[in-house]
Design a protein around this ligand. Sequence first.
Ligand code: CP
Ligand code: NVA
Length: 317
Amino acid sequence: MSLTAPKTHFLDIADLEGDDLRHLLDAAHARKSARAGKPKGALDDDAPLAGYALAMIFEKPSTRTRLSFNMGMRQLGGETVILNHTDMQLGRGESIADTAQVLSRFADIIMLRTGPHNTLTELALDAQIPVINGLTAYSHPCQIVADLMTFEEHKGRFAGQRLAWLGDGNNVAMSFVHAAALLDFELALASPEAFSISAAEIDKARAKGAKITLCDTAQEAADGAASLITDCWVSMSDDPAETQSRVEALAPYQVTQDLMARGDDPIFMHCLPAHRDSEVTAEVIDGPRSVVFDEAENRAHAQKAILLHCLGLDKTA
Ligand code: CP
Ligand code: NVA
């Protein structure tokens, strides 16, 4: 099965074609409704991945990605193997290319969480099976499928809606920029210059049709927004020596009740893990407009759609 499976990687939202993202979202919604009321460990009725194995490599910590791929794969009827970087020969210098070949003999699909994006692309090049990006310093595409799904659950269609990103122009923000080129929402970005997404990336997305508004202040981005979104100020791959300068530069972008009041009945989104009273006040993240735990749950429904897409089995989803 392994060596003949289609090799559709999921490395970035920017690589998706046509209506792929729309189909992923529809499949994720359908998977969620189909298992309403089932116990967490129960199989999905169709169990389409019976006999398939997912290998997950974690070079960085994870709670949600680990849980959602593990439970999602099992609910689809498949098996998972979790490999921690430090326990693998990869940690002692075995090449990514050899690791890719070996994994391709044992698993049907791979998920990698790493720092350097080129570790991911190198693995994808050498693997004979699909590879999924479980987060790199550059992007976090799986998160965005879950986040967009959550947005639709609470706010409906994307058309005419403004999503505001406040704070660090990091990996999660990058995947929102990629998604803006494929769906009909406006993305308002407010980041300090030193920690903003590069002009080249913004230009690329705009050339593909993204409606991106670059804002000078958090207030400007929040005005009329249907969702205020943020993330931690120091990501896993960031240099800890930068922490102080990050905190100082990012403080004006903290999501507060005052900022929420500028939106259009907005929801608050955060991929988690969060730091209360840094990037968001406790009042907002623990308040009635916060949908952060829906985002966390939706990771599993989204992962299933992604797994089926990569294995060419999405038509049955
Ligand atoms: N949001 C997210 O990816 O969480 P983890 O780091 O816990 O996987
Ligand atoms: N930007 C964060 C996301 C964590 C899920 C990080 O990379 O650490």
